[in-house]
Ligand binder design. Structure first.
Ligand code: AMP
Ligand code: SF4
Length: 471
């Protein structure tokens, strides 16, 4: 989902999160896992991998590319076993080198295991220096490797080692670990990244998003709790806490942008929460009494739900004004500056026979750097829109994320340096409105991390702090 590059791919990307998936005690685990990570493909398109265990050993296949590019029938049938973990990656910390592609595999005399991770460890630099000073050698540049080294340095049973290691980590993380015969599902103590458990016959399924459960035929059981380590083995499921110092700070961007509309995050369906955001935006316009428009459109895909909520609440008809070209792959040739200047648009098109001569309310989920909104307003005006009123289904994005969503520095965040009126002028909209943080909570629940909207981070940031410009 390179939606921010609505017209031009590969341009200054904002990174998305990763997707983790696991399955325990289910026949043909690798085929089912293939479909599981396929359903999570929107969370990362850069690389992917599956590790499969058969109670005796664990083997892995991974590579750069989409799930359908890295795996074929032959590879999948060669991965034999009833347990599996898998990952789709969109690099956050760490480059795209192959050593960083997950599952990370550990071959130790104490036993082999694989790890998949979604999120960002914020004391990564401090821990890495400490571990290197003690003799650890890192293969890749990803923060996920830290957990592996910490586990290896601890003593005790596997679960004891994991619990001790987790107590050294700060930040946002969901991990799934698989040994030859046991799986562990883990969430950070603030529950910033999602991870849910499903039941599948006599087995279990673990996933970053519940949309994968529907695809593989698992039934949602519950979310992994903040600070919880769930062990799944032959005896079933057992819960441990690595700390009792927990809180609930689910990343609000899951609701706003990342998650698929059919997923349920912390008991809230994504489509419904987005629709509610649209209703709230309509309510604001109604209260202000200043919107006279012929149609409501949403930017595909993440804003279609909000647009339908806005239309329903305002009584202004919902229309399909923008169409997304779904088959622009990652490997598409990047247009040259000359082609861009000539207006080559690869990803989104406006339907001029619908737009022409109309006053349009255009809903988008967020403005980060402002490039998308500016381009889309232009696209709509080129297609003949009389007026374009932009409504954003979130608050102004003013602070970078340090928890796995690489939104870079303050300088790139347009709302941290422009007022709403300046931004309206910049994107050339006839009007522009955002939600407030309170309204976001009304739509998405109250137990949230909203740090990129209010600058209040739920953890210490350690050396990541140096990236923060004094404002
Ligand atoms: P921008 O052009 O930088 O303002 O990007 C805003 C657009 O990017 C919005 O339309 C969002 O749908 C989309 N978006 C929001 N967050 C992310 C993210 N972390 N990665 C990629 N796209 C995003
Ligand atoms: Fe999500 Fe923003 Fe918090 Fe990062 S800072 S976890 S993007 S809400």
């Amino acid at each position: 989902m390179y939606k921010d590059e609505s017209e031009y791919l590969f341009e200054n990307k904002i990174n998305e999160e990763c997707g983790c998936f696991g399955i325990y005690n289910v026949q043909d685990a690798s085929s089912i896992t293939y479909f599981g990570i396929h359903a999570l493909q929107h969370r990362g398109q850069e690389a992917c991998g599956i590790a499969v265990a058969d109670d005796e050993k664990i083997v892995c296949h991974k590579g750069k590319g989409l799930v359908s590019e890295v795996f074929n029938n032959e590879i999948i049938t060669g991965l034999k076993g009833n347990h599996a973990i898998a990952h789709v990656r969109y690099s956050t910390h760490g480059s795209d080198q192959i050593e960083n592609v997950q599952p990370l595999m550990v071959r130790a005399h104490t036993g082999h295991f694989g790890v998949v991770h979604n999120g960002q460890i914020v004391n990564v630099n401090e821990l890495k220096i400490e571990l290197e000073n003690m003799g650890s050698i890192f293969q890749g540049t990803t923060d996920s490797e830290i957990l592996v080294h910490l586990i290896q340095r601890e003593e005790g049973t596997m679960v004891q080692k994991i619990i001790k290691a987790l107590n050294r980590l700060e930040g946002a993380f969901a991990f799934i670990i698989l040994t030859k015969d046991t799986m562990y599902a883990i969430r950070d103590k603030n529950g910033i990244r999602p991870l849910s458990i499903g039941v599948m016959g006599d087995g279990y399924c673990v996933s970053s998003e519940t949309c994968a459960f529907d695809v593989v035929g698992a039934e949602f059981l519950r979310d992994v709790e903040p600070g919880e380590v769930i062990r799944i083995d032959k005896k079933g499921l057992q819960s441990f806490k690595y700390t009792n110092n927990t809180s609930k700070k689910m990343c609000v961007m899951e609701y706003i942008y990342f998650a698929r509309p059919d997923s349920v995050v912390e008991n809230i369906n994504i489509h419904n929460s987005r629709k509610e955001s649209g209703r709230i935006l309509a309510r604001k316009d109604f209260e202000d009494g200043n919107i006279h428009a012929d149609m409501v459109i949403g930017v595909p895909d993440s804003s279609l739900s909000s647009a339908s909520g806005y239309a329903e609440a305002s009584g202004i008809p919902y229309e399909m004004g923008l169409i997304k070209n779904r088959y622009v792959g990652r490997t598409f040739i990047q247009p040259t500056q000359k082609l861009r200047e000539r207006g080559v648009r690869m990803k989104l098109s406006a339907i001029s026979s619908i737009i022409r001569g109309k006053r349009v309310v255009m809903i988008d989920d967020s403005i980060i750097r402002g490039t998308t909104s500016k381009r889309i307003v232009q696209l709509l005006k080129d297609a003949g829109a009389l007026e374009v009123h932009v409504r954003i289904a979130s608050a102004p994005f003013i602070s970078p994320c340090f928890y796995g969503v690489d939104t870079s520095s303050y300088d790139e965040l347009i709302s941290s340096r422009m007022s709403i009126e300046e931004l309206r002028e910049y994107i050339n909209a006839d009007s522009l409105k955002f939600m407030t943080i309170e309204e976001m909570k009304e739509a998405n629940g109250h137990e949230l991390c909203v740090a990129c909207f209010d600058g209040k981070y739920p953890t210490e940031l350690y050396s990541f702090n140096t990236n923060i410009k004094n404002k």
